[in-house]
Design a protein around this ligand. Structure first.
Ligand code: HDE
Length: 747
């Protein structure tokens, strides 16, 4: 036997697990333990195996166990930082199984991202039904006071997995209900209509919206020629596009978005009676948006803004809530309501005509433990239905019923992804699907077919009284085979006009600005001109506003304006909402003793109002350590107005007050000029003002506002002497999300 030419010093060390150590047996050196236990808010729902048994509890089967690093085969390793080489300077040996296993696994870590909705964030929660829908549907999870675990994934549509959260786009709002009768997925969006009326055009609209195929730009946005080319040529897209150009396209938070099932579904009652419905999610915090400049800034400052917001809120215990509601319509052969074709996914039914009736409450109360295993691998499908919920003949829905399973087979690498923990039903599964890539179940029995006489005839078939899913025996209209849409699908401008007329002047101004921005980014004059022709058919004010911005002539309308009644429910303005989790930035300067007193009083009052006060100062650390210390959460260098819903200014920090400057000023080594203001604080204030955010001040804070040249009589500003009073006035303004009077009512 040859001696080792390169003895490892550790070999002599006696360190357990290293060569040379003399373990008496294969005992673990410390008590084996798995990963740290999840935080309370991270406990996901119980999962069950494809055969209905609970999983995840057995340590021998958990993803990580034992204290030693091992190979995938469970063999302990003594080294993982160096490849096996012929001498320390010699070639790496092919026989190094650990190296090859580690690199090979890494090489295959990524799976294809979703072809649409690639960028997303998700959370676990519960859905508690009120029982109000039990008259209309036999679905058990909509019975009286039933609690069902859920998993919800929010997403943007166009961007890649790593794109920014705050782009102008539709948001996905997909909910998986793990019901005791099997899984129900409500795969919706935050916009109640869709671009197209027939699924056969879906590849076209997505190809047009995605980056150009030659240079692969622009990322995650519709502000480019191919998108506007498509939507101006396919005028059925007008309604959805108008929603995207409205503030709905740039939500403030996933927690502040509505959700819609879009298509009309059919509820089936115990006695077989049917009702057509549209599903709605109503957020408890109200529907709120960013302003466009803010959304653009955030895309750079914090591309994960929405993801972070959701995760932080849940971790802080501010659980987001939505009420599920339904609009109900009689299931008549025409499938229309007040003249609106319920099979046309480009149409809404205004809430004033059919009110949204609440049927249950969704609460998101647990963050994911592993993004890949849960958010990335979750597979939703509009065809995942439970008894009591059925589909209609919406041609867009028909295509979706095919597409989701199909895309998931390639995205998740085979047909067995229903066995992944996040996708496992909580109802017992006893199917006859067998084998295939990534099969993890060990199926028993010899007769995976029916009927059989060898496995005791099992499994048995259920009937209507034992929970079988039985399709509603809807009569199919007899007709010739055709490739055409019904005539009622031909009105493309009536509902866009209804939406436009339902907006407040401020919202209309935002829409004009959004169209102007997007079309200004197009190179092709013909595309811009055609887009203006579409707008001319919605409303002359809209068209004139955008044409003026583009410097183009106003084209005439080509269809008569529809006679529509506005739907006030479509506007986001005009109500007041809870303040839970709203972030208030506090500008502080420890050189200002009176200001520090006010900071303390304001912080305490803000906390008890349920808001999140964050102290912003020249340098990190603790302010006024001798007194009642105040921790600094943001520095002037890192704070940007976009993070805050409102600002309170208790000082007028002089320029250049970084860590040393602040100490020198306190020690009296440098003089601070009250009339001059740190430019970063000035930017904070002017941006907040520009975005209609409430700004309050006491004491020297008023000097800061003046130095930032804010008009002191503006409705955004609350100037006072008492911090508590300023907080209560700011809270009043925050309840309506922004100080809307700040925006000129141009239209
Ligand atoms: Fe989707 N859609 N979609 N979609 N969709 C997908 O499925 C599709 C549509 C929606 O968080 C894909 O697993 C077609 C409307 C959401 O995982 C894919 C058509 C609505 C999500 C697909 C539509 C949606 C998707 C891509 C036109 C609102 C994300 C990855 C007929 C009601 C789900 C995947 C998640 C995802 C197809 C139109 C919502 C390719 C063919 C309308 C929220 O199968």
């Amino acid at each position: 036997m040859t001696a080792n030419p390169n003895p490892d010093p550790a070999a002599e060390s006696g360190v357990p697990g290293r060569p040379g150590a003399k373990p008496s047996s294969l005992e673990e050196p410390t008590q084996p333990h798995g990963p740290l236990p999840p935080k309370p808010d991270q406990s996901g729902p119980e999962t069950v195996s494809p055969t209905g048994q609970a999983t995840g509890e057995d340590p021998a089967r958990s993803a990580q166990s034992g204290a030693y690093l091992t190979t995938a085969q469970g063999v302990r390793l003594y080294e993982s930082d160096h490849s096996l080489k012929a001498g320390s300077r010699g070639p790496v040996l092919l026989q190094d199984h650990h190296l090859r296993e580690k690199i090979t696994h890494f090489d295959h870590e990524r799976i294809p991202e979703r072809v649409v909705h690639a960028r997303g964030a998700a959370a676990h929660g519960v859905f508690r039904s009120y029982g109000t829908a039990s008259r209309l549907t036999k679905a058990a999870f909509l019975g009286d006071d039933v609690e069902t675990p859920v998993f919800v994934r929010f997403s943007t549509v166009l961007g890649s997995r790593g794109s920014a959260d705050t782009v102008r786009d539709t948001r996905g709002f997909a909910t998986k209900f793990y019901t005791e009768e099997g899984t129900f997925d409500l795969v919706g969006n935050n916009i109640p209509v869709f671009f197209i009326q027939d699924a056969v055009k879906f590849p076209d609209v997505i190809h047009a919206g995605k980056p150009h195929p030659d240079r692969e730009i622009p990322q995650a946005q519709s502000a480019h020629d191919t998108f506007w080319d498509f939507v101006s040529l396919h005028t059925e897209a007008t309604h959805h596009t108008l929603w995207n150009m409205s503030d709905r396209g740039i939500p403030r938070s996933f927690r502040m978005m509505e959700g819609f099932g879009v298509h009309t579904f059919r509820l089936v009652a115990q006695d077989g009676g049917t009702t057509l419905v549209k599903f709605h999610w109503k957020p408890r915090l109200g529907v709120h948006s960013l302003v466009w400049e803010e959304a653009q800034l955030v895309a750079g400052m914090d591309p994960d803004f929405h993801r972070r917001d959701l995760f932080d809120a849940i971790e802080a215990g501010a659980y987001p809530e939505w009420e599920l509601g339904v609009q109900t319509f009689p299931d008549t052969p025409e499938q229309t309501f007040e003249g609106i074709d319920l099979l046309d996914p480009t149409k809404i039914v205004p809430e004033e005509l059919a009110p949204v009736q609440p049927v249950g409450l969704l609460t998101l109360n647990a963050n994911t433990k592993n993004f890949f295993a849960e958010t990335e691998q979750v597979a939703f499908h509009p065809g995942h239905l439970v008894p009591g919920i059925d589909i209609t003949d919406d041609p867009l829905l028909a295509g979706r019923l095919f597409s989701y399973l199909d895309t998931q087979i390639s995205r998740l690498g085979g047909p067995n992804f229903a066995q992944l923990p996040i996708n496992r039903p909580h109802a017992p599964v006893n199917d006859m699907l067998r084998d295939g890539m990534h099969q993890t179940a060990v199926h028993t029995g010899v007769a995976p077919y029916r009927p059989n006489s060898l496995d005791g005839g099992c499994p048995f078939l259920a009937g209507a009284d034992t929970g079988a899913y039985i399709e509603t025996p809807v009569q199919i209209p007899t007709s010739n085979k055709v490739r055409e849409a019904p005539q009622s699908f031909g009105d493309h401008f009536g509902q866009p006009r209804l939406f436009w007329l339902s907006m407040t002047p401020t919202e209309r101004e935002h829409i004009i600005a959004a169209y102007t921005f997007e079309l200004s980014k197009c190179y092709e004059q013909a595309v811009k001109e055609r887009a203006l022709t579409v707008l001319a058919n919605i409303d002359p004010v809209l068209c004139e506003g955008v044409a003026a911005g583009l410097g183009l002539p106003v084209p005439p309308a080509t269809v008569p304006f529809a006679d529509v009644r506005p739907s006030p429910a479509l506007s986001q303005l005009g109500a007041t909402w809870p303040l839970d989790g709203r972030v208030i930035g506090i500008v502080a300067d420890e050189n200002d003793a009176a200001g520090m007193e006010a900071v303390r009083a304001f912080r305490a009052a803000a906390l008890s109002a349920g808001t999140v006060p964050l102290v912003i100062a020249a340098a990190g650390g603790v302010l006024d350590a001798e007194g009642d210390a105040v921790a600094v959460q943001r520095t002037f260098a890192a704070a940007r107005s976009t993070e805050f819903d409102a600002l309170y200014v208790a000082a007028c920090p002089a320029p250049g007050l970084d860590a040393q400057g602040a100490r020198d000023a306190k020690a009296g080594h440098i003089a601070t000029d009250a009339a001059s203001l740190d430019p970063r604080v000035a930017l904070l204030l002017t941006e907040a003002y520009r975005h209609g955010k409430a700004v309050g001040c006491t004491g020297e804070g008023a000097t800061a506002l003046e130095a930032a040249r804010l008009p002191m009589d503006a409705p955004v500003l609350v100037v006072g002497d008492d911090a508590g009073q300023v907080l209560s006035e700011l809270a009043g303004l925050l309840g309506s999300h922004r100080v809307w009077q700040r925006f000129p009512a141009a239209v």
